[in-house]
Write a protein that binds this ligand. Structure first.
Ligand code: BGP
Length: 461
């Protein structure tokens, strides 16, 4: 092997409950915002395919865990679907859900796969959303109770917990850019939602530490390194502010227990400070993460603002920068995201230099491709060489960061098997394993899956 990784490196993949389980109205599961939004506006969803069936992990988890093992996984991230465990978000527990997650966790451990368990992956229980979701402070209490229940139920076996996956995405999608329910554009609410998510994370960490279960707890953030168009001071300043809005807003409180000063100044000046109560700030300061998951797909490129927004336009982060389309950038045309492999290295260097070299891992990275069936060979295997190349190119930069002292402990692909994606449904496929929706979800391993097995076996490539 040319690129070998440290002993015990985590090789695996990530997924979420709402995108894989299916059985969305079975065995006592309550509705979440995705179930509700699909009923309300099916045309918003690609080919009007909703969240109800997905990849049927609820029924096929044994087969899937067996496949993970075949693919050399030593770890795998799943999420607990809040509205499966608590159909109303709080109150009565659904015993069928306890049974299901116990079975999944036990099956993984039996197969030598470390369960990484995330508590929140965009799936607000609808009953709580009706009371305002993350805008409402009571959701923080409900979340804390839900988290505590999960630790108590599963914490004897689960040693890696995550409070949220990409908590900025529900802020952006639900309250700024209209791609998640409840489709509002309201910067004040967006700030409150972000603040409550951060507080909820800190409160869950506090509870976890009190329980003394001997594991680690972290958060998973989608970091988008923010590059200026040029070194001109106005462009650089635009990049600094975009970074404060989209990365440091969650990264700083999660790792350092404090909010970035640049952002606080803007919120104060513009009258958007969130409602902060009691000892909140102390709770946030005291309960930082043990471990950070980094989801990396694309960088953010910005330039200085060219035209001032109309005075009546709603307040948006884009008041401080314009997005910049770099000529010649490499794109994944299916998803419309830039591919910039060095970004993962820049993130790791930043964590090393400015965040105490916190223990971290690449918790998502991956390539969504449309129409992969055409790459299926005569033996029925999808020849996804582009995915292998994509992963290798990122791993080379991860490797370089390790050589320079980065504390990165693993790499998880998004995702294990093709799954349902928020509004894009099954258009873009991300998996090591393909899922045939016309044949009852039949699984077949792609070339990248076989390749990954050898990477994991050799601890490198
Ligand atoms: C991340 C999410 C995942 C997943 C992935 C791919 O932001 O954590 O849930 O969906 O992106 O994105 P998409 O499905 O939108 O193509």
């Amino acid at each position: 092997t040319k690129y070998s990784f440290p002993e015990g490196f985590w090789w695996g993949s990530a997924a979420s409950g709402p995108q894989t389980e299916g059985a969305s109205d079975m065995d006592g599961k309550g509705k979440n915002i995705w179930d509700h939004w699909f009923e309300l506006e099916p045309t918003r969803f690609f080919n009007e395919v909703g969240p109800s069936k997905t990849s049927q992990f609820y029924y096929k988890y044994k087969e899937d865990i067996e496949l993970m093992k075949q693919l050399g996984h030593n770890s795998f991230r799943l999420s607990i679907t809040w509205s499966r465990l608590f159909p109303d978000g709080k109150g009565d527990i659904n015993p069928k859900a306890v049974e299901f997650y116990n079975d999944v966790i036990n099956e993984m451990i039996l197969n030598g796969i470390e369960p990484f368990v995330n508590l929140f992956h965009f799936d607000m229980p609808f009953a709580l959303q009706e009371q305002g979701g993350w805008v409402n402070r009571e959701t923080v209490d409900a979340y804390e109770a839900y988290a505590k229940t999960c630790f108590e139920l599963f914490g004897d076996r689960v040693k890696y917990w995550f409070t949220h996956n990409e908590p900025i995405v529900p802020v952006e999608g639900g309250y700024l850019y209209d791609f998640h329910y409840p489709n509002e554009v309201d910067f004040g609410k967006a700030v409150q939602v972000a603040y409550h998510s951060i507080l909820a994370s800190a409160r869950a960490i506090q509870v976890y530490k009190e329980l003394n279960q001997g594991g680690k707890i972290g958060i998973i953030l989608n970091l988008t390194p923010s590059y200026p168009r040029s070194q001109n001071p106005a462009d650089v300043k635009a990049a600094v502010l975009a970074d404060a809005f989209f990365n440091r807003s969650f990264l700083d409180p999660s790792v350092k227990g404090e909010f970035p000063e640049e952002l606080v100044q803007i919120l104060k000046a513009e009258g958007f400070m969130p409602k902060i109560e009691n000892d909140d700030l102390e709770v946030i300061r005291e309960n930082t993460v043990d471990l950070l998951g980094v989801n990396y797909y694309q960088p953010r490129r910005v330039k200085a603002k060219e035209h001032l927004p109309h005075p009546d336009a709603p307040f948006m982060p884009e008041r401080f920068f314009d997005n910049y389309v770099m000529p010649g950038r490499k794109m994944n045309p299916h998803r419309g995201w830039e591919i910039y492999e060095k970004g993962v290295y820049d993130i790791l260097v930043n964590l090393k230099e400015n965040y105490g070299n916190i223990e971290c891992f690449i918790s998502e990275n991956g390539m969504g491709v449309e129409g992969e069936e055409k790459f299926r060979d005569e033996n029925g295997m999808i020849q996804d060489d582009y995915r292998i190349e994509f992963i290798e190119n990122h791993l080379k930069w991860v490797h370089k960061a390790i050589e320079e002292g980065s504390n990165v402990k693993g790499y998880h692909l998004w995702t294990f098997m093709d799954n349902w994606s928020w509004t894009n449904a099954y258009k873009n496929r991300y998996g090591f394993v393909s899922v045939n929706l016309n044949k009852d979800g039949e699984r077949t391993i792609k070339k990248s899956g076989m390749w990954f097995k050898t990477v994991s076996e050799h601890n490198g490539f």
